[in-house]
Design a protein around this ligand. Structure first.
Ligand code: SAM
Length: 332
């Protein structure tokens, strides 16, 4: 029964469509519903009374839990206000795992405690059966000097060359700001945000379902990572935009044999368990403490053919990339 839904975007009310999906059939569900903030969607009026909004949300959240496999994960993205209601409902029917805070600042608007993060709730259908992978993101660095933002003091020799295991505060993924990257839709999530949660919770060919497809961020992320997808969306135009975009996408977000998430041409998320296979694709300084001032580099980005052809020693040439700047030498 699930087959007719796979790898397609379905137009309609998600509450009706979800009823047709069998119990325990999807590996991951991710919902980014309207936030009840009177946004200008084409087919949906985004302004319900609080009680009405909460009751509506509880209906589709219950459906998300029902269709998720016992090993699966349920993600809900919203502003903290609504997540407090979601959590108190979900605590009765699923197992709390994480409250991820996604720091996505806007311009200051002359208000103290202006909301500048979104929450992503992560629940296991059954914590004992949950499928979950540790993930790493690149170390945070100062924009200009490129040194690590965090002072690891005497522990630098233990630095992971790529980056640390992610905490539940995500500050490295920005909202889609430029119009050239946006569709005609008021709230569009960045694809690499979805790729990150998909890498945490699913394997190749697993099924990812989004009941509020919008213009298809979840489906595109799933396709790029070789997963199967199901998108549900009320608005015909958003469905069309998504289908057109999906046609252009390929399932090839890989480095070697491992699925990874890229932003521009840099890897922004990888699985810890894949590192042993992935490290051969990077030029890594010999001394782990040198990671403090030099980011590792994908070998595909280094033009080492020129020095090799002209008979120079390429390792000497590359090593120059890892020499600290003079002010670093003075201060360390
Ligand atoms: C916040 S947006 C999702 C954006 C999406 N995450 C993206 O990145 O493109 C919410 C979407 O839910 C859709 N929607 C609202 N009510 C719906 C319903 N009952 N069933 C399905 N979709 C609905 C709206 O049309 C809107 O596109």
């Amino acid at each position: 029964m699930i087959e007719k839904f796979l790898n397609n975007i379905h137009q309609g009310d998600c509450l009706e469509l979800l009823k047709q999906i069998p119990d325990d059939s999807v590996d991951m569900t991710f919902a980014d519903p309207p936030f009840n903030l009177k946004k200008g969607y084409k087919s949906y009026k985004d302004g319900l009374a609080i009680q009405e909004y909460v009751e509506w949300c509880e209906k589709w959240i219950a459906e998300m839990v029902r269709i998720t496999k016992p090993s699966g994960t349920i993600y809900l993205h919203n502003i903290p206000k609504w997540l407090t209601y979601y959590a108190s409902f979900l605590n009765k029917v699923a197992d709390f795992k994480h409250w991820i805070s996604w720091d996505a600042p806007t311009m200051p608007m002359g208000k103290t405690l202006q909301p500048s993060h979104y929450g992503i709730l992560c629940y296991a259908k059954d914590a004992k059966k949950l499928k979950f992978y540790e993930i790493r993101a690149p170390h945070k660095r100062d924009r200009k000097s490129k040194y690590l933002s965090k002072d690891y003091g005497g522990k630098k020799a233990g630095l992971h060359p790529f980056g640390s295991l992610l905490s539940d505060v995500w500050t490295d993924i920005h909202r889609v700001k430029h119009n050239k990257y946006r569709d005609d839709h008021p709230c569009q999530l960045p694809i690499h945000l979805l790729e990150r949660v998909i890498l945490m919770s699913t394997d190749e060919n697993d099924i990812v379902l989004d009941p509020f497809n919008g213009t298809g961020t979840t489906a595109i992320a799933a396709k790029r990572l070789g997963r199967q997808y199901i998108g549900l969306e009320l608005d015909k135009e958003y469905v069309e935009i998504t289908k057109n975009k999906l046609e252009q996408e390929k399932s090839n977000s890989k480095l070697g044999d491992s699925w990874v998430s890229y932003y521009l041409d840099n890897i922004v998320t990888l699985r810890d368990k894949d590192w042993e296979n992935l490290k051969k694709h990077f030029y890594i300084p010999q001394k782990p403490e040198d990671i403090d001032f030099q980011q590792i580099i994908l070998t595909s980005k280094l033009d080492i053919s020129v020095p090799l052809k002209s008979g120079h020693n390429d390792t000497d040439n590359l090593q120059k990339l890892f020499e600290p700047k003079e002010d670093y030498k003075k201060n360390n």
